[in-house]
Design a protein around this ligand. Structure first.
Ligand SMILES: *Cc1c(COP(=O)(O)O)cnc(C)c1O
Length: 404
């Protein structure tokens, strides 16, 4: 086994060696600018980009012309939201999203609110799902866009995207989805799913960092977004800037590999994750966060009550790389807003770990992780006065703490 074990694959995945090998010639021999029309360097680069565009489109059931390459999902989310807001300003200014979207969606919506947008942030239930009736009720004649993530990056809950798109269609509202965690991991098909705009990223699916895409529907309905980057008119005018040819080639290859291996790989991941979960949920007072079934195959978010997630991480992070349910913002430890929206109290949110498995995760690593985390949880609880009180049958919710 190689240490440290990497189980933070929702933050980023390693690049597959097959992807790297495919990219390499495009840094050196085939370094042309895909927009150079006058010589073979340009033609070779353009051909490679065209091929990658087909590989990407195939994975999501799109037409290659509907793929706009970007620098990643953050840019794609920005382009989708801001581009629709500008393009459809004469129709309305209302956007519907959820409270547990990635910051790339939430903060862009906050920005648009300053520019006159009205945004509805739908609440989610304890498993991370929105209420479809509430979604439909939130639609007004001014609604131009519904933006709901395909699957959540912290808890893995998969949204019923086809039910959501049926509602959007019925009311003639565009549907965008941040599918960064879903694409390449589970079957995503923009036509069957009824998605009009979709963001995703190379580095979450064993491709390179700094490259991603926005899918923009061209037929039924034809969707347009106002460019947020002006310049040479690349990507059908929607995203100017010299194309990142090696990155795009890598994204294409990453999509092709995911397409070929997804089915077998997701079965393998579910087996490993089931092992991990049944091992860790044997611990007293440990709880799975997110939806038990409607969940990405590589994600398990678990709270270990009466244990502080950061302390837990410190106990194991020499050997295992993981994220906790606390986000380090401006030096203070804030509990994850996603877990809080699920209704977890601060203590349970703080006591959570997010396990993100990958194509490269082995059973040996999972066995090691179950043991290491279990031992650390038990050890920390032995030192915890709260755990002692809990064991003595004290109802901790009834205690009035001094200093609050
Ligand atoms: C990682 C992630 C992003 C941001 O993607 P980048 O390519 O790193 O900009 C956006 N949304 C979700 C759901 C993510 O997991």
């Amino acid at each position: 086994m190689n240490f440290p074990i990497y189980l933070d694959n929702n933050a980023t995945t390693p690049c597959d060696q097959r992807v790297v090998d495919t990219m390499l010639p495009y840094f050196t021999q085939n370094f042309g600018n895909a927009a150079s029309r006058n010589h073979s360097f340009g033609w070779v680069a353009e051909e490679a980009v065209d091929y990658a565009r087909e590989q990407v489109a195939r994975l999501i059931g799109a037409d290659p012309k509907e793929i706009i390459f970007t620098s990643g999902a953050t840019e794609a989310d920005n382009l989708g939201l801001k581009g629709v807001f500008e393009m459809y300003a004469s129709k309305g200014n209302h956007i519907i999203t959820t409270t547990i979207e990635h910051k790339a969606i939430i903060d862009t919506c906050k920005h648009l609110e300053k520019l006159g947008a009205e945004v509805t942030y739908l609440k989610v239930d304890g498993e991370g799902l929105i209420n479809l009736e509430e979604l439909e009720k939130a639609i007004t004649p001014k609604t131009i866009l519904i933006s709901i993530m395909y699957a959540n990056n912290e808890i893995g809950t998969i949204n019923p995207i086809r039910d959501i798109s049926a509602i959007a269609r019925k009311h003639g509202v565009l549907l965008m989805s941040d599918a960064t965690q879903a694409v390449g991991k589970i079957p995503v098909n923009v036509n069957k799913d009824g998605i009009d705009l979709m963001a995703f990223s190379g580095h979450k699916m064993y491709g390179p960092k700094g490259v991603g895409a926005l899918y923009v529907r061209r037929k039924g309905p034809r969707v347009k977004v106002t460019a947020q980057m002006d310049g040479g008119g690349h990507e059908r005018g929607m995203r100017s800037g010299t194309l990142n040819v090696p990155g795009i080639v890598g994204l294409g290859k990453a999509c092709e590999i995911c397409m070929n291996e997804m089915e077998a790989e997701s079965q393998r991941l579910i087996k490993l994750r089931t092992k991990l979960e049944s091992g860790l949920l044997k611990l007293e007072e440990s709880y799975l966060n997110g939806h038990k079934d409607h969940r990405l195959p590589h994600v398990a978010n678990i709270s270990f009550k009466y244990v502080e997630g950061e302390g837990l991480l410190m106990g194991i992070n020499k050997n295992i790389a993981l994220s906790s349910g606390s986000a380090c913002t401006s030096a203070s430890l804030e509990p994850s807003y996603v877990l809080k929206e699920l209704g977890l109290g601060d203590e349970l949110a703080h006591s959570s770990l997010r396990f993100g498995l990958s194509r490269f995760t082995t059973e040996e690593e999972i066995d090691y992780t179950i043991n290491a985390v279990s031992e650390t949880v038990i050890k920390l609880r032995e030192m915890s006065p709260l755990w002692e009180m809990f064991k003595d049958g004290v109802d901790l919710t009834k205690i009035e703490w001094a200093g609050h």
